[in-house]
Design a protein around this ligand. Sequence first.
Ligand code: BGC
Length: 363
Amino acid sequence: MGQILNKGRLFLLVLVLLLIASACEKEIVRTDKAERTIPLKTTENKVFANEKIKIGFSMDTLLEERWIKDRDLFKEAVEALGAEVEIMAANGDDALQISQAETMISQGIDLLILVPHNAESTATIVHKAHLAGIKVIAYDRLVKNADIDLYVSFDNEQVGEMQARAITKLVPKGNYVYIGGASTDNNAHLFKKGAFNVLQPLIDKGDITIVYDQWTKDWQPVNALANMKAALKANDNKIDAVIAANDATAGGVIQALMEQGLAGKVPVAGQDAELAAAQRIVEGTQSMTVYKPIKALTEKAAQLAVALAQGENVDENQKVNNGKIEVPSVLLSPIAVDQVNIDDTIIADGFHSRQDVYQKVKE
Ligand code: BGC
């Protein structure tokens, strides 16, 4: 008897819960003709309601050439998929990046895609987005110690390996300077790790000596210039090769070398295939850069963002540990570029025009 009563209560409870759930899922819409019910606007239902998926893109900065390409190409790729994107850039300000992301979250975006200025402090953005039921993708740079849903980038360790391989080929022995990126950016650590994967055995053999090794605050070329000046001074200009974490910092390094009449004599590696770097390569003041096809990155990121926002499962079997979880990841391949293959890579891809690259040299 007691069991029957319990079953009856259980049945009633389930019924009440079902009624509450269905009341929550529907809103009444009055039309001219009749009253009809439609499902509440959850992201999945946007597809049925024919509403556009809205992606929020929170960027660290737009100060470097590459990020302008990322912004424009990502917008293009998202729109080509029938979705829309709101973009905000924080110009290297952690607090601003957090408040911009909060604004987008409160405006009801369906998914947040994030280029963190600071790998650690942006974890709070991920947490806030999740509380609002919004998934988060880390774009190009990883967010550390957060339950990030997906990470889309290049193989950044490989970037550093490519730089060191190219430079050690030119200078197998000698005094090396390493000009790192911003220590707050996880990528800067990966680039350095990659470079030292190649350098360390040569250091151990005694062929290479690292005479200066410094991070560059906020990736700013002026800080790289100051670091390189300090490196030259501390070593009486006896420097044989430089690996700079990107083209912007390589620009600062080359300016410092120029002031000492050493530009073009000391091989320098960079990364990003910025136009200024491509021009320096054909002129001979920079030895190489690493080209990361931004279009491929934006297209992949847009496709995954829209799929995730629609509630689809995206199965990415590569995993990257961010200190908290194994983040499902997509890592695209970078390409080493020097004077020999510049035409067949960045120019052939339309990343820069031939005219722009060779603008300052007579062919
Ligand atoms: C990116 C580089 C860029 C650097 C500075 C890194 O996280 O991977 O491509 O040059 O940030 O913005």
